[in-house]
Design a protein around this ligand. Sequence first.
Ligand code: HEM
Length: 388
Amino acid sequence: MELFTDDVRRNPFPLYARLRADSPLLHEPREDLWILFDYDSVKWALQDHDAFSSVVTTETGTTPDWLLFSDPPRHTKLRGIIMRAFTPRSIANLEPHVRELSRELLDVTVERGELDLVADYSSQLPAMVIAKMIGIPVEDRARFLRWGDIIMKLSYTIAGGDESKRAMVENAAARDEMRTYLAGILDERRRAPRDDLLTRLVEAEVDGERLDAKELLGFFQLLLAAGTETTTNLINNALLCFMESPDQLARLKAEPGLLPLAIEEVLRFRSPAQSMFRSTKRAVELHGRVIPEGKFVLPMIGSANRDPKQFREPERFDIGRDPNPHLAFGHGIHFCLGAALSRMEARVALTDLLERLRDFRLASDEPWQPRQALHVHGPTRLPLRFEP
Ligand code: HEM
């Protein structure tokens, strides 16, 4: 499908603009996907859980039993369990740790005058932060990073094809490893509780019952999947945006107070999560057509965020844009739990990167290689050269 070639993945925005103008609702018959492109429909699908369920079934089977893929009332209960880990105070407490990690990662590489932003920095920072938040011991972090990667690849299965089969086999093996690992570490927390998310999960109850092993594994996988690659790509995509719009980089340097708005603009302009998934709970009428019940729907966040009906000059990257009601973190009851955390990580990361990678530019003339996952937008590698 045209939507998923590498060229389009690098720059899907002209295609979105064309489709949005032609017909903001596209039915892709081969995979029986219904794709929404305009801001209002995307926002509606994200928030109306009576019409659009988060429990999605694809050709390759049902999605995991995660908070992200659940509807009320179960969703309300599951979300309540981990919500307290994401209070403003918990995020503020993590900030010094993020600063230290960021500095350490850059200390190792900056003198070389060259780095692969993804491998050397942006994939490491969020994974280490989430590992710290969950309570994973430092010596297990490498394993944790690898699992994160494997779980993310599982989202390829939604697009079908060879890659999807490979991802499923890899994931099944990793799931066994994770289950064994998690059983051990949760046992430790039962014996010796600590102030971390693992302890909270062990102690949490839904309807008076403790979470079972499958549910615990689900939380662990969800946080790994949701908390890593999205933030990695927020950092990557920020640097891509600045390389494409040097005037905006100069503006940020002159007015560093614009950083929080600049981060919102990156989220809008190159949204790390280009789409979410829903399935219709009933027949839904949209743009004069009917999506039958039980169909797989992709609300394209990346397209909604460029809708000219909502944003003035949507194809312009403008770090002073305010207000900026983008949908990059979703909308409604599933609104991203990690939004404040990833905003903080991006703030720390960009402050350090813009200071320490002076005059950064792509190290190669080759176009960057996009992530193969259907809904993830960002590079697999981003080799940069700069003045140390
Ligand atoms: C949900 C995007 C970072 C944890 C979501 C949703 C989006 C999103 C669009 C809504 C899903 C839906 O409506 O179906 C992003 C982006 C991020 C980011 C763009 C970074 C730039 C994080 C981080 C964490 C996290 C750092 C955790 C450490 C979650 C969780 C949910 C979620 C647990 C599910 C909430 C629910 O279903 O109630 N995220 N996310 N996210 N996100 Fe994030």
